[in-house]
Design a protein around this ligand. Structure first.
Ligand code: FAD
Length: 407
């Protein structure tokens, strides 16, 4: 992987690995069991600069490349996917649209809070009737003088409860289909005010909260249980016109671009899960004895491990390559979809295989692989399902074929 990684990348990865081992590993099981958001660790991650890695320094971030961010998500997911998705959702989904599509005033206003991890951000696209078909947005924004009035509901929103700054889509012109969708920055206080005040992060009343933005009941999920997922309700929210991101009608296309970048993050998270499960299975099978020898000595154990190692290497190449393309300013949407598709399906296969190779121990929560398998499933769903990734890839194939035949 030398082609993609510098000394600086390796040093950052080592720093995150230390933090994951010392601060995350000891609490991951309990946080999962109790479905608790890891505020203390999130504060520490903010102090380490992990919540603003690819944000330029002028906006309070670390000014690092996308590959650095990908490495951090991967490393964290080897130990705990909930911590990894907190970094990922906050960075690409929460801060990304403001960085990429915001004007200077919006960037100056919101990014420093997000990049330093003073508050958490999120992204509201999915609705009850608009999942894979996210162009079917029903949330409505009606212009009234110098502001818009927004009404609607976004579901499955990461950080909807704990976060304070969100970018959401809403229809501004119902006659124009996806070209009538715009995006807006909305704000609300975190649900954990006393906790955040005690910690000195997560809550900034000077953001200026908007009436009518509220979070709903917490989802009781199969995986990513220490990550906060809720409905985000928008009821007669008066959003100043200056909080519209970009021009009217650009919301849908901009959110699709945000998801392209986000998908590399989910690929990295999936890769980390596969690696974490692989490492646990390797340690267990080389230590455990049955029939008077190490379980590892059976070829039926060695071969799936060899397959897993090969597939992990393939996923690493796909993921780092997609991040590299983005860092080079080159088109990367298809490669991001390929990386996410391959790595997320690998995470599912690898975690289930690791459970099998570890027998009853793998199935028990004494070991992390059963949690990893539950955490892997959503990687095939969030930020576009595997079917949607295949659609993105197939559309690209057709475009290329039509170009080739027209030439
Ligand atoms: C834990 C979690 C966190 C999330 N965080 C966020 C967030 O922060 N912000 C946000 O906006 N959303 C978020 N989501 C929502 C997520 O992006 C959607 O769940 C996802 O896009 C799928 O939409 P859906 O659930 O409505 O499934 P549906 O679209 O209803 O899909 C159901 C099934 O039909 C298939 N399908 C649909 N259309 C097609 C098609 N054209 N071809 C083939 N198959 C198809 C799908 O692949 C799937 O298998 C989150 C979801 C989860 C579970």
């Amino acid at each position: 992987m030398d082609r993609y990684l510098s000394e600086q990348h390796l040093a950052l990865r080592a720093r995150v690995a230390d933090f994951a081992r010392e601060a995350v590993a000891p609490v991951a099981r309990e946080l999962d069991a109790t479905s608790t958001f890891p505020w203390e660790n999130v504060k520490a991650m903010g102090e380490m600069g992990l919540l603003g890695l690819p944000i330029p320094e002028e906006y309070g971030g670390q000014g690092l490349d996308y590959t650095s961010y990908i490495l951090v998500v991967e490393e964290m997911a080897k130990v705990d996917a909930s911590h990894a998705i907190t970094i990922s959702a906050h960075t690409t989904l929460g801060s990304g649209p403001i960085l990429q599509f915001g004007n200077e005033e919006q960037k100056q206003r919101y990014l420093p809070w997000l990049a330093k991890g003073e508050v958490l951000g999120g992204f509201g696209l999915t609705e009850p009737g608009a999942g894979s078909d996210s162009g079917g947005t029903r949330t409505r924004a009606v212009r009234q003088g110098d502001h818009y009035v927004i009404n609607g509901s976004k579901i499955f929103i990461t950080h909807a409860g704990v976060g304070e700054i969100f970018t959401v889509t809403a229809v501004t012109d119902p006659d124009k289909g996806t070209k009538g969708i715009s995006s807006f920055v909305v704000t609300k206080p975190t649900i954990d005010i006393p906790r955040c005040e005690a910690l000195g992060m997560g809550h900034r009343p000077d953001i200026g909260y908007m009436d009518g933005v509220q979070s709903g009941k917490k989802e009781d999920k199969m995986g990513w249980r220490a990550s906060d997922t809720r409905e985000l309700l928008l009821q007669d929210v008066e959003v100043p016109a200056e909080n519209r991101l970009g021009e009217e009608g650009r919301g849908f296309i901009n959110f699709m671009k945000t998801l392209d970048a986000g998908r590399i993050g989910i690929a990295a998270l999936s890769l980390g899960l596969a690696e974490g499960a692989f490492e646990a299975a390797l340690r267990y099978t080389t230590g455990r004895e049955q029939f008077g020898r190490k379980v590892w000595d059976f070829q039926q154990v060695q071969f799936p491990m060899a397959d897993m190692a090969t597939e992990i290497q393939a996923a690493r190449h796909l993921t780092y390559h997609a991040a590299w393309l983005k860092d080079q300013g080159r088109p990367f949407s298809t490669e991001a979809a390929m990386a996410k598709l391959y790595a997320s399906e690998l995470a599912m296969r690898a975690t289930l295989k690791a459970i099998q190779l570890m027998g009853g121990a793998g199935y028990s929560d004494e070991y992390p692989v059963e949690r990893m398998a539950r955490d892997a499933k959503v990687c095939e769903i969030g930020e576009g399902t595997s079917e949607v990734q295949r659609l993105v890839i197939a559309r690209h194939l057709l475009r290329e074929e039509l170009k080739a035949t027209a030439a």
